[in-house]
Design a protein around this ligand. Structure first.
Ligand code: HEC
Length: 149
């Protein structure tokens, strides 16, 4: 019955679907945070995971170490802030995701790899929490640079 017959009809369906999504967001029908790719639910789940697994190094609010570019005597970098004041916002979601899985060894760092400790949804939630700490300005710069991947 509702089979989509032509490419034009398909395009129309897509347009309608996105209009619906946008309306859904602004109407507050979902928990989606305005202008961001994630929901409040993801941020709160990510917050709990972050406090339990990341805060010991990166700080409770991901404020990290202020002097995050200075290596110690062994050449190790301190845990950087992830709150938008350092470098993390230069990376697309998949690189942030890979950092959680593989840790810092890929670039000679010391962050431990979390491997399969978290599900993909949990890693998304962790990234959502981290990004919830970014100002709109930083988030927009990130969006322009990386888009949501
Ligand atoms: C044992 C300390 C430690 C823990 C625990 C830790 N990190 Fe890290 N993290 C680091 C260090 C140190 C770096 C800097 C790179 C390196 O040396 O590996 C880093 C780098 C990062 C980066 C890259 C930042 C950038 O500017 O590119 C991200 C993203 C990150 N951590 C996220 C997390 C998340 C999310 C968790 C929890 C699931 C976590 N880290 C747990 C120490 C830690």
């Amino acid at each position: 019955m509702t089979r989509i017959a032509s490419p034009a009809a398909y395009a129309k369906a897509v347009a309608l679907a996105s209009a619906f999504l946008v309306a859904g967001c602004s109407a507050g029908g979902s928990d989606q945070i305005e202008g961001r790719w994630y929901s409040g639910q993801q941020v709160s789940e990510g917050h709990d995971l972050f406090v339990a697994n990341c805060a010991s190094c990166h700080g409770m609010r991901a404020e990290g170490t202020t002097d995050w570019k200075r290596r110690d005597a062994q050449g190790r970098l301190p845990p950087p802030p992830l709150n938008g004041t350092a470098h993390a916002w230069h990376h697309p979601v998949d690189v942030l995701d890979e950092t959680i899985v593989k840790g810092g060894a890929q670039w000679g760092g010391t962050m431990p790899p979390f491997g399969d400790r978290f599900s993909e949804d949990q890693r998304k939630a962790l990234i959502a929490f981290v990004q919830s700490l970014w100002s709109d300005e930083i988030y927009t710069r990130w969006l322009v640079r990386n888009g949501v991947k």
